[in-house]
Every structure is written in structure tokens, then in C-alpha cells.
Design a protein around this ligand. Structure first.
Ligand SMILES: O=C(O)C1=C[C@@H](OP(=O)(O)O)[C@@H](O)[C@H](O)C1
Ligand SMILES: C=C(OP(=O)(O)O)C(=O)O
Length: 424
């Protein structure tokens, strides 16, 4: 899926905009899985419609779930899970990690594959864990996509140890399907720290909302077997996808408001409030939503451990490249296994515009430099498009390769970006 280059627009003036964001990818794909496993019908209200969520819906439909359009909502009716079926994960981490445990509950074979890069993303630990829990998986010994899950209609479940330092989704995937395992599951993580703690909290929270009994301790998650309830899932706006819009307020010394910002949430994007404030933004959360204002007098770099909120890195790195002082972003070695090796991609592309970004063993060191225009490659990574857009606010002539790849989570991004920049 490639599209012609997009010339990232320079901000003609400080932005002054209200930006309504589509739903959360992470919540939409969890709700779809929980709805497919529930005992009764569910409704997803304002789900995200994007490549990642459409792929999850298509995969669950292929397994026998009915997912109907209903005025922008999705109505989900549980069916008997069955193969034979084929499922495409695209490049979606949530689909490649959340679907196999569901496929293991189906009767019949489910062949799962994805984009070429999907075959390189960490999958080994969840394949091994599923086998230990009683599933049969033929992966040709690769420990990666593609593979076939030979479902028997049931998974025994029980205790399992996993190294989830490569991705929190390896744990989330096991937990989401676990109420339907005969013995539930007890997952213990052993290894370097698991990233993305808020996403694990989201998994636990949503499981409980669906009626599951979940206990957690440090590096330990226990899900009891039992029925899941069909219910209405009101999907929150995707707060991680707010990063570039709120960042635009800081970079241009303007104002951006995101309506519908939840007062309480498990989304990692909520950390943007503190992170942008640390760079000098004025941040306020009120009845109109979250408002970020930049001073117009420049802003400082950021020294932060982003281990828990790794998906914010590409956009924060772009903001940091335009700051008045250096930044150090750490705790994000696992980003080498994301849509692309994000540490390498950010170094290559920002330095290609004249920047000075250095890769650390677990992060990035960013020294702001005057940047020039040029081609910015995006490596099939939606967040590289978003990062380029932020740089383009201040640097004329940034040509973004394959902007359509942003449709992984935000299909109308270039249009919303243009309306944000249009005079009020
Ligand atoms: O569970 C989820 O919805 C996600 C978990 C995180 O994955 P990692 O723990 O692999 O970083 C995050 O980066 C990804 O965008 C979404
Ligand atoms: C890492 C990300 O996605 P995925 O769900 O594919 O892991 C992301 O959205 O930044």
C-alpha cells in the first residue's frame, strides 16, 4: 500500500484548533475480542475504523463471529468459533498477539499470516506459551508468523511462564482469551521488565468490565475460567494519536483542544499531559477536553523514561528535534520490534534532514539542529508519518514517503492535519 509523497505543511501561524479524535485502537481491538468471546451480543460505540481494527474484525468474522455495521457502531454477535479459516494480521501487533489464543479456542485449522515485517515481530514467547497451555500450533519451527493453529474447540489453560520483555501484548493476548480456557490462566513474566504497563492495566480493566475475575501481582496475572458478558463498549478517543496534534500547539506556540479526554483512563496517551508540560506546555483538563498551549517563546527538550508509553516515542522525538535543548528518551529498546526498528528509523530520517540524533542501547539522544527539507521515509510505520508532520510544521520541504501507511490507526490524518492548520 504505497501512495505518492505528501508535502508536510508548514504552520502558517500558531495553531488554534479543536481536534476531534477517532477511537482508541487498543480499546477497539480488545473490545472486539471480548465481544467475540462473550455469551451474548455486544455493541462497540464509536470504534476506531482503521486498518488495524478492520483486520481484527475480518479475522474474527472468518472464525464465525457476526460483526455488523450500525451507524458507525459495530454490533457483535458471538458465533461458534470454527475453522478452517485464514487470518491476516497486517502489521497490527494487537491482531498478531490477541488472535492466536482465540483461534486456539476454535474447532478447525486457522492459518495466520501478516505483512512481511509482521513475520519479524516478536511472537515466539506466545507460541510457546500457548503450546504449554494445550494448543497445537504448526509454525515450522520458526517461532514467528506465519503459522497454523490447529484448534480442537477447547484450550486446557493453567500455569505458564513467559518472557514478555519484547512486548506487553504477549501477555495481553493470553489474558484476553483466558476466561474461555478450561482452567483459566496464571501467567508469570520472567525476564527484563515488561513494557507498556498501562496497556496491561487496560487488558485487566476491560476483562473485569466483561465480568472476568482477574488477580494481579508483580509480573503475575491470574484469570479465572468463566463466562464473559456481552455489553456496550464506549470506545474512548485514541489519546496516543493526540500526540502530534497537541505537539503542534507546543511547536507553533498555539492552542489545541482535544474534546472527550477521559478524566480517568488506562490509555498510555494520558501521559502526554505530564510529558508536554515538562517540555514547557501549559496543559489543562476541563469540561471542553484537554487543552495544550505553547508559549511561542520556544520550549525545552525532554529527559524521560518512556518504557511504559513507548508508542509515544516517534512523535515526542520529532517535537524534541525542534526544541531549544537536548533530549534523552530511554527505556525503549523494545521499539526495535515495533512496526519498524523505530530507534534506527528516527535516527536515519531526522539526521537525513540535518538533525543530530544518536541511538542509545535503550533509547535516543536528540540534539536540536537547524533542519532542512528532504524525503522522509516512513517504513510502513504510521507513527513515522505523524512524526514527519510535526517536523514539517517548522521545516519547509519535508516530503513524506507513503503517507497512506498512517491508515494503520488514523486513516484521515492528512485531512485532519490540514484542518487543524487552516485559519479558524
Ligand atoms: O496492547 C496494546 O494495545 C498495545 C501495547 C503496546 O505494545 P508493546 O508493549 O509491544 O509496545 C503498544 O506499543 C501498542 O501500540 C498497543
Ligand atoms: C506499536 C504500535 O502498534 P502495534 O499495535 O502494531 O504494536 C503503535 O501503534 O505504535
Amino acid at each position: 500500500m504505497s501512495s505518492p509523497h505528501w508535502l508536510a505543511p508548514v504552520a502558517p501561524a500558531p495553531v488554534d484548533a479543536t481536534v476531534t479524535l477517532p477511537g482508541s485502537k487498543s480499546m477497539t481491538n480488545r473490545a472486539l475480542v471480548l465481544a467475540a468471546l462473550a455469551g451474548g451480543p455486544s455493541r462497540l460505540v464509536r470504534p476506531l475504523r482503521s486498518r488495524d481494527t478492520d483486520l481484527m474484525a475480518a479475522a474474527l468474522r472468518a472464525l464465525g463471529t457476526e460483526i455488523a455495521e450500525d451507524g458507525g457502531d459495530w454490533r457483535v454477535v458471538t458465533g461458534e468459533l470454527r475453522g478452517p479459516a485464514r487470518a491476516d494480521t497486517g502489521l497490527a501487533g494487537t491482531v498478531m498477539r490477541f488472535l492466536p489464543p482465540v483461534a486456539a479456542l476454535a474447532s478447525g485449522e486457522v492459518a495466520i499470516d501478516g505483512d512481511p515485517r509482521a513475520r519479524e515481530r516478536p511472537m515466539g514467547p506466545i507460541i510457546t506459551a500457548l503450546r504449554a497451555l494445550g494448543a497445537e500450533i504448526d509454525d515450522g519451527g520458526r517461532g514467528a508468523l506465519p503459522f497454523t493453529v490447529r484448534g480442537t474447540g477447547a484450550v486446557q489453560g493453567g500455569r505458564v511462564t513467559i518472557d514478555a520483555s519484547g512486548s506487553s501484548q504477549l501477555v495481553s493476548g493470553l489474558l484476553l482469551a483466558a476466561p474461555r480456557f478450561d482452567k483459566g490462566v496464571e501467567v508469570r513474566h520472567e525476564g527484563p521488565p515488561v513494557p507498556s504497563a498501562p496497556h496491561l492495566a487496560m487488558t485487566v480493566h476491560m476483562l473485569r468490565e466483561a465480568g472476568a475475575s482477574v488477580e494481579t501481582d508483580r509480573d503475575l496475572w491470574r484469570v479465572a475460567p468463566g463466562p464473559l458478558r456481552g455489553r456496550e463498549w464506549a470506545i474512548e478517543p485514541d489519546l496516543s494519536n493526540a500526540a502530534q496534534f497537541l505537539g503542534a500547539a507546543l511547536v507553533t506556540g498555539g492552542r489545541v483542544t482535544v474534546p472527550g479526554w477521559p478524566a480517568e483512563t488506562t490509555q498510555p496517551g494520558d501521559a502526554l499531559r505530564g510529558l508536554l508540560a515538562a517540555m514547557g506546555a501549559e496543559v489543562s483538563l476541563g469540561p471542553d477536553g484537554l487543552t495544550v498551549r505553547g508559549s511561542g517563546g520556544g520550549f525545552s527538550g525532554l529527559d524521560a523514561d518512556l518504557h511504559e508509553v513507548g508508542e509515544l516515542t516517534p512523535v515526542l522525538a520529532a517535537i524534541a528535534a525542534l526544541a531549544d535543548s537536548p533530549s534523552r528518551l530511554t527505556g525503549i529498546a523494545h521499539l526495535r520490534g515495533h512496526e519498524t526498528d523505530r530507534l534506527a528509523a528516527l535516527v536515519t530520517e531526522i539526521n537525513g534532514l540535518g538533525g543530530d540524533v544518536r541511538e542509545l542501547p535503550d533509547g535516543l539522544e536528540i540534539r536540536p539542529r537547524p533542519l532542512r527539507g528532504g524525503v522522509f521515509r516512513t517504513y510502513d510505520d504510521h507513527r513515522m508519518v505523524m512524526a514527519a508532520a510535526v517536523l514539517g510544521l517548522a521545516v519547509p520541504g519535508i516530503e513524506v514517503e507513503n503517507p497512506g501507511t498512517v491508515g494503520k490507526t488514523l486513516p484521515n490524518f492528512t485531512e485532519s492535519w490540514a484542518s487543524m492548520l487552516a485559519p479558524a
